[in-house]
Each structure stands twice: as C-alpha cells, then as structure tokens.
Design a binder for this molecule. Sequence first.
Ligand code: MG
Ligand code: ZN
Length: 216
Amino acid sequence: MTQKIEIEEKVLSENDKIAAEIRKRMKEKNIISLNLVSSPGSGKTSLLEKTLSELKDKINMALIAGDVQTENDANRLIKAGGNMVKPIVTGGACHLDAKMVAQALNEMNLDKVKLLFIENVGNLVCPSSYDLGEDMKVALISATEGDDKPLKYPAMFRRAGIIVINKIDLLGLSDFDMDRVKKNALQINGNLKIFETSCRTGAGLDKWFDWLRNLV
Ligand code: MG
Ligand code: ZN
C-alpha cells in the first residue's frame, strides 16, 4: 500500500491575485478600504453622502462608485463634497472586480488618502465572491426590504464585517422586523457589527461616524 500525500495547491484566481496586490498597496499607503455592498436602493450612496458631509474636513477620503450604467452616484458624491471620486461604469457587469478597482486606483492620487470607499454595484450575489482588496465589506439592508435577506444571501453576510440597517425612519410601515433581521444576520455571522441608521433623518449616523473616526 502506498501512502499518498496529497498536497493541495491553492491557485489564486486572477481576481484574487490583483486583489492581493491592491491590499498590499493600500497597506503600504496606510489606507483603510471598505467595500459597500447591498441590493439596489438600500442607501449606499446616501450613506456615503452623509459620511462626506460629516467627515470630509477631518478624514481624507477617496471614493470609487460602481454602477452598471450612469455616473449618477459619482456625481452625487462629488456634490456632497468628495474631492477624489472615481466612477466605474461596468457597462453590464453586475459586480466590480479587482481589475476594475486597480485601474481606477491607478488614476487617483492616493498620497494623502486615509480612507477608501468602494461602492459596489447593487447586488448581493456575485459581489460576495469578488475580493476587491478591501479591508472589510460593509453590507447594507434597508427597512424596505425583507428581513430574511441575510438568510437568502448567506455568502455575503458571512463575508461582511459590518451591516448597516438603513431607513430605520420607515420602521413600522412594512413587515420588516428589526429584531428578526438582526437575529437572522447574527445566525449567519455572529461576528457582525451592526449599525442602525436613517440617512434621511440622520438617526444613528453618529455611531457610524465615530466608528470611522476610530478606524483611521
Ligand atoms: Mg448607489
Ligand atoms: Zn456579477
């Protein structure tokens, strides 16, 4: 009987290789990067607008706004005070990949940047499998969605470090149940840090801002 030692060789996919290069580069530059993911319309751009309004004079931020079509989100972020905003129009792809992000970063001056936000395409499926070299994925859910989202898209919530439950000003107007969504999310990933916000009224945003200040 021959004993066979199987050595499993982990071959990084092309995307993961580029993501690893991005991660290394961001680390060398001391830039923290957050990849914002959610369904369309959960409030990623709104959260970034509020974040810019509050922190743009305190933290040097760069933002990448991914969308299938239009530069609408990038334009909103510029209007909210973002001085380093780069749109990525995927032209059909339903997620950002590391190559797109690397190209965008090459066209940005990152010298003084402390915090990089990447707003992904609105989609909870494939953005979960594309590493963009970020430090953490931030997943948004809003009170207008189903509170079973974490159960339906477990890969995303497993890979996220944070969830932001947005549009809490609308709680009570639908069957969305705050306790249930939190329970569902923590069932998938017990390490999730949870923020509850309303980008419309500003409720809960202070905790998010504090967390960002501590992060950088
Ligand atoms: Mg958006
Ligand atoms: Zn996709």
